[in-house]
Structures are given as C-alpha cells and as structure tokens.
Design a protein around this ligand. Structure first.
Ligand SMILES: *[C@@H]1O[C@H](CO)[C@@H](O)[C@H](O)[C@H]1NC(C)=O
Length: 340
C-alpha cells in the first residue's frame, strides 16, 4: 500500500481483478446514497427542460406498479447475476457457507444477523448471485425484505424490485409465504433492523432479538420454516463512534428513534482514494453461515405461549450456530453472542 502524509492511498497499479472489486463496492455505494438524491432532482430537471411527458409516463407506471413491493416484487435472474454483484462480494470478500439443504417442498423465513451498518452480507448473499446462491440452493427463490419507503424512490425502486427486494410488512411476507400458494420460496429478514446498527462495532456480537417476535408469529401464521443465518465480520467493515448504553450519544440516538423512527449510527469506513476516512466499507472478510431449518407447523391463531416457545427455540439454534462456527471465523473462545 502506498503511504503518503501518513495516510494509506489507493494503489493505482493494483491488478485489474482488484479494481473490478473496487468498482463493485462503488456501485453499491452509488445505489445506497447518491442515486436517491439524483432521482429527487430528476423530476425538476425534466420539468424545467419541458420533458414533462416523460414524467407523466413514469407517473402512470408508478401508480400502476405501486403494490408490487407487497406482492412478491419481480425479481430478475438477469439483474441478480450482473457481474458487478460478483465484484461487490469479492471486494470483502463475502462468502456463503451452507450447512444444510432447504427442500423445495416448504417455504422459509430466514433471519439474517447482525444488521451491521448497512447489511452488506444480506445484500450480497440473498439479493444477488454474488456468493453463488443459485448454485448452492438451485430450487429456492429468495426475496430480501426492506423498509416500505425504499420503494417510494423512483427508479431505485425498480432496481430494488428487479433484485428481488420486497416490502417487510406483514402483508407482504404473508403474500409470498402463504397467499401466493407457491413452495420453495424464502423471505429474508434482517431482524435487528436499524436498532441493531447502533451495536455494529468491530468485534461486537450483540443482537436486538430478545424483544423481536413478530417474525416468529409470521412463521407460525404461514407455516414457513425458520432459518437462522449469522454473518461473521459484518460488524467489522465500518468503524462507529463509541455509543455505550447510557452515554449522551446513545440517549440521543434512542430519542430520535422514538421520535422519528430513524437511528443514526455515526460511522465511517474508507474513502474513494485513501483508506483513512470515507463511507466505503473496509476490505475485510464476511462469512455468512446459513443454518438448518427449524420445522414450523402452521397455526391459525398463534398464542403468546406458542410464539414465545418458538422464539426461544430460534434463539437457541442461532446461538448454537454462532458457537459452532465462531472459531473458524476468528472469534475468540470466550466471546458469547449477546441477545438484547
Ligand atoms: C452464480 O454464482 C456462482 C459462483 O460465483 C457461479 O459459479 C454461477 O455460475 C452463478 N450462477 C448463475 C446462474 O449465474
């Protein structure tokens, strides 16, 4: 790595393979942040350049298509197989480790942990073929869930839908796992959500799970088998400003979560040209282990006891998965998984 002024810089003489992976992560960055801004400005640009008919056509499509995120979306194998997705996964690299078969005779509700700052592993593994999901589970169709407002942003919404993303509401999950009448479908939820992002510090294994039981209820209602997934390294690809529970920063973050539903982890990664500061993730490996499915019987009206029981089985299986594989992926023996 070339060093200058005490900072590590991007090596412009690196191999073309390495440059491609860099391009993969820049593409993901573009999709995550600037694209949203661009499409907000675009309508004004079109208006002032008198291209309003393009706007009108898009508005018709937008109205026509508004329910797709709740109706299973429209995943395109072609988009999911874009080479840029492979480069993104190879950057870290992210790898998917399979421990059990998933039979195409059932549906699955997959819990992805931890959320990290922006759930890199969930995207690479389940929204793209970047880690080879088509080869590892050829008969399963995957849908990654995200927040409903993501589908309000023009153009980016279509890109997300083509990548197989759907709305994370109950209606949407029940549609795919039950009402569609299909089998071999898997809905992937990053259960800890934004709250868990506040605990995304390198070396931390802290999950927001003890109080999150909605997904268990959905599994019971739809009879979808539960699959625990843990990504070692997800919390290592960004640095976050210390925010222990009880600190001023954490109190503010909890307050804004309560008021606006949004949490703001104060984080940074590397930059485009230097490795000291920026919002691209660090090049550190992420290993995603997908556990064995937990059998679930469909229940019309699940009781609190049934939900609690299945929830504790899920937590136990996830903890076992963590314990079984942590040694392989650089977690010290005495580090335990914390469920809050
Ligand atoms: C999916 O990815 C794997 C591993 O990267 C690759 O071998 C395979 O050809 C890809 N499958 C499709 C259908 O593109």
């Amino acid at each position: 790595m070339p060093k200058f002024l005490g900072v590590e810089w991007v090596d412009i003489f690196s191999s073309i393979e390495r440059k491609k992976t860099y391009f993969g992560v820049v593409y993901h960055f573009f999709l995550t942040y600037p694209l949203g801004l661009i499409v907000m400005i675009l309508p004004f640009f079109l208006l002032f350049t008198f291209q309003w008919h393009i706007l009108a056509i898009y508005a018709c499509w937008y109205l026509y298509d508004r329910n797709s995120p709740k109706r299973g979306g429209y995943a395109s194998e072609w988009v999911r197989r874009w080479r840029v997705n492979d480069w993104f996964a190879q950057y870290f690299p992210i790898k998917l480790h399979k421990t059990a078969e998933l039979s195409p005779d059932h549906n699955y509700l997959v819990g992805c942990h931890p959320h990290g700052i922006i759930a890199m592993a969930a995207w690479a593994n389940f929204a793209t073929n970047g880690t080879g999901i088509y080869e590892k589970f050829p008969s399963i169709r995957w849908n990654l869930c995200t927040l409903a407002w993501m589908f309000k942003v023009a153009i980016r919404r279509e890109l997300l839908l083509l990548t197989g993303l759907i709305d994370c509401s109950r209606e949407s999950i029940e549609y795919v796992l039950d009402k569609s009448g299909e089998k071999g479908r898997a809905v992937v939820l990053v259960i800890g959500g934004a709250e868990e992002a506040l605990d995304a510090h390198p070396g931390y294994h802290v999950l927001t799970l003890a109080s999150r039981k909605g997904f268990v209820r959905e599994a019971l209602l739809t009879g979808a088998h539960l699959v625990p997934v843990y990504s070692f390294g997800e919390n290592d690809v960004f640095e976050q400003v210390d925010n222990p529970v009880g600190s001023k920063l954490r109190n503010f973050q909890d307050w804004s979560k309560l008021k606006g539903g949004i949490t703001y982890p104060i984080f940074h990664g590397r930059g485009f040209l230097q490795k000291a500061f920026g919002y691209l993730p660090f090049r550190k490996p992420i290993d995603t282990v997908i556990g064995a499915p937990i059998t679930v019987e469909k229940v019309e009206n699940p009781t609190k006891e049934q939900i609690d029981e299945l929830h504790s089985i899920y937590c136990q299986k996830l903890t076992e998965l963590f314990e079984e594989h942590k040694g392989r992926f650089g977690v010290e023996k005495d580090v335990k998984l914390v469920l809050k």
